[in-house]
Design a protein around this ligand. Structure first.
Ligand SMILES: Nc1ncnc2c1ncn2[C@@H]1O[C@H](COP(=O)(O)OP(=O)(O)OP(=O)(O)O)[C@@H](O)[C@H]1O
Length: 265
């Protein structure tokens, strides 16, 4: 393991299965201070399960997780104080308005009222969320619920942001604002775990990527390193090809395309 101070999250030989599915299989990676680490993999690769294990929402079968020197099995509450979590499915209190939700978060986390008001004004304006500030969350569109969830996750200035497919359902302007939020967060020394199944999103946002397939880490590095791996496979192999190859999606795609051709033409 690297110098402890530069590693905010350490995941070592982590495994988790559900009945007959090995969702996470001997997975190891680290998230360093000030970086955006991308967990990139196809649907069902094990990204959400890994995140839930880090948050202490699931119990691992084997392996070790350390978050800021804390263990999820012993320090779940303290870890949650240090993490801002944007889940894949918005889990937020749907019978509240965004205003009520943010007030609730500020009160349970004992946040400074003046600071919260200032930050909220910026986030609400940046994400274009002021117009539905006092509408019930249950009545908002998926993208707008997602914006509320993102603001709720960053309101307490957590050290680590864990974002599970956070851009899903967001319009172009909000995607840009979220990218800016993530960027500013790391510039202040925070870290981000960013899960996505879209390679271009990982390329655009993440400093380092772990490509995950069937619960295993199949490649890791920054984009230059991954590109070099792609080049080593052949001249005309681009990053999309290596991602599809490593995650065993390439052959099935060719088959699907072939079948579609025969049924649609
Ligand atoms: N509670 C559960 N019970 C049974 N199987 C589960 C459960 N949660 C996850 N799985 C299985 O574990 C595997 C990994 O799922 P996971 O949700 O971690 O993948 P993912 O990479 O986040 O996928 P996606 O991109 O579709 O969100 C899948 O095969 C999934 O069906």
């Amino acid at each position: 393991m690297e110098n402890n101070e530069s590693v905010l999250v350490n995941v070592e030989s982590l495994s988790k299965s559900f009945e007959n599915v090995q969702a996470v299989d001997n997975l190891s990676f680290q998230i360093r201070k000030g970086e955006i680490y991308g967990l990139l993999g196809p649907n069902g690769a094990g990204k959400t399960t890994t995140i839930k294990l880090i948050l202490g929402l699931l119990e691992a079968d084997a392996g070790d997780i350390t978050v800021l020197g804390l263990k999820p099995e012993n320090d779940e509450v303290e870890i949650k104080n240090q993490i801002g979590y944007v889940s894949e499915e918005p889990l937020i209190y749907k019978s509240l308005t965004p205003k009520e939700l943010f007030n609730f978060i500020a009160s349970i986390r004992k946040l400074d009222g003046a600071k919260v008001t200032m930050k909220l004004a910026e986030y609400l304006e940046g994400l274009g969320a002021i117009e539905y500030y006092e509408r019930l969350i249950s009545t908002l569109s998926r993208g707008n619920k997602q914006k509320v969830q993102i603001i709720a996750a960053i309101l307490h200035d957590p050290e680590i942001l864990i974002m599970d497919e956070p851009l899903a359902g967001l319009d172009a302007k909000s995607v840009k604002v979220v990218k800016e939020i993530v960027d500013l967060h790391t510039k202040r020394g925070g870290s981000v775990l960013f899960s996505t199944h879209i390679m271009e999103v990982a390329e655009d946002i993440c400093d380092r990527i772990g490509i995950i397939n069937e619960g295993k880490l199949v490649a890791e590095g920054n984009f230059e390193e991954l590109r070099q791996k792609a080049n080593a496979l052949g001249e005309n192999v681009d990053l999309e090809d290596i991602f599809l190859k490593l995650t065993e999606q390439d052959e099935s795609i060719n088959e699907i395309v072939e079948k579609l051709r025969t049924t649609m033409i």
